[in-house]
Write a protein that binds this ligand. Structure first.
Ligand code: GLN
Length: 282
């Protein structure tokens, strides 16, 4: 008979042998998921014996993890801005850096009366939903090209009781009726250069290429948002973008006459991660 603590130790050792970087943490999160417990409960109930069904389910997840499946796809959940969001392999797994983008965008919109905000490439809906909850007066629209992603986003919005309108389509195309009326466009677009795909960790390669790849140099979506975004915004309106390593300067350099670069925001590693631009009047 295997207890919780024994199962954990075995699993963590197995993961470590298989070269999984966060072996112990992953072992804990997956066992907590199988047992429908919080991680802390694994310690409180450390000598609880596991039944066969639980062990079988755990073993199955351990195997998938060693094949490179990220933990959030195995548990179906990931925390963002202290809320739990459903995820599956049709959406990008939320990253902590994206909280900086949401925070900066929410701050900027705070002074506005009933702002109209669009989250482009909403994926699991984390940005749109968090903004709608932080700014109850706002109207938020989430756009994605993927119907599968929008199904996840809608489920998340329902789960959190957030009022977000979701529309399917390419970038700003499904928003023509809102042309010139938006207060803010927020996006964490795909920004990996195509040639870098092979070098991505195998876990990242399990995420949708559609959510990761931004053309030959990774900057395609920034180019398009700068080109197509100005006409969508009110004068003075905000374009807030998450960017990859070394991309903030390149995006600023592409901004052109329609935009004023307000500021960039560094992430926890000191890398500029968010760039805030506003539409110049006229
Ligand atoms: N907006 C979602 C996120 O930030 C998805 C982004 C994407 O798929 N590139 O996680």
């Amino acid at each position: 008979m295997l207890t919780i603590m024994e199962a954990l130790q075995k699993a963590a050792a197995y993961f470590a042998r298989q070269g999984i970087p966060s072996a112990r943490l992953d072992a804990e999160v997956l066992l907590a998921h199988v047992l429908e417990l919080e991680r802390i409960d694994l310690y409180i109930q450390h000598d609880r014996p596991l039944i066969k069904g639980e062990i079988d389910a755990y073993r199955q997840l351990l195997q998938e993890r060693t094949k490179g499946v990220p933990v959030p796809y195995l548990t179906g959940r990931r925390e963002f801005f202290s809320r739990e969001f459903f995820v599956n392999p049709s959406v990008l797994i939320p990253r902590p850096e994206t909280e900086l983008l949401v925070e900066a965008a929410a701050d900027w919109c705070k002074g506005l009366k009933a702002p109209l905000i669009v989250d482009v490439g909403t994926g699991s809906g984390i940005i749109a939903i968090t903004l709608a909850l932080l700014l109850p007066e706002s109207k938020v629209v989430g756009v994605d090209v993927s119907a599968e992603a929008l199904a996840v986003a809608r489920r998340n919005a329902d789960h959190h009781g957030a009022e977000v309108e979701f529309r399917q389509g390419d970038l700003l195309c499904p928003l023509q009726d809102l042309k010139g009326k938006l207060d803010a466009i927020i996006a964490n677009p795909p920004y990996i250069a195509e040639g870098e795909w092979e070098e991505l960790p195998r876990e990242v390669q399990q995420e949708p290429a559609l959510a990761l790849l931004g053309g030959v140099d990774g900057l395609d979506f920034y180019r398009r948002l700068l080109l197509e975004g100005a006409a969508m915004l009110l004068p003075g309106g905000l374009l807030a973008l998450e960017v990859g390593w070394g991309q903030a300067d390149k995006v600023a350099a592409m901004a052109g006459d329609h935009w004023r670069v307000e500021r960039t925001i560094p992430d926890y590693a000191g890398i500029p991660r968010v760039i805030m631009l506003t539409r110049r009047a006229g």
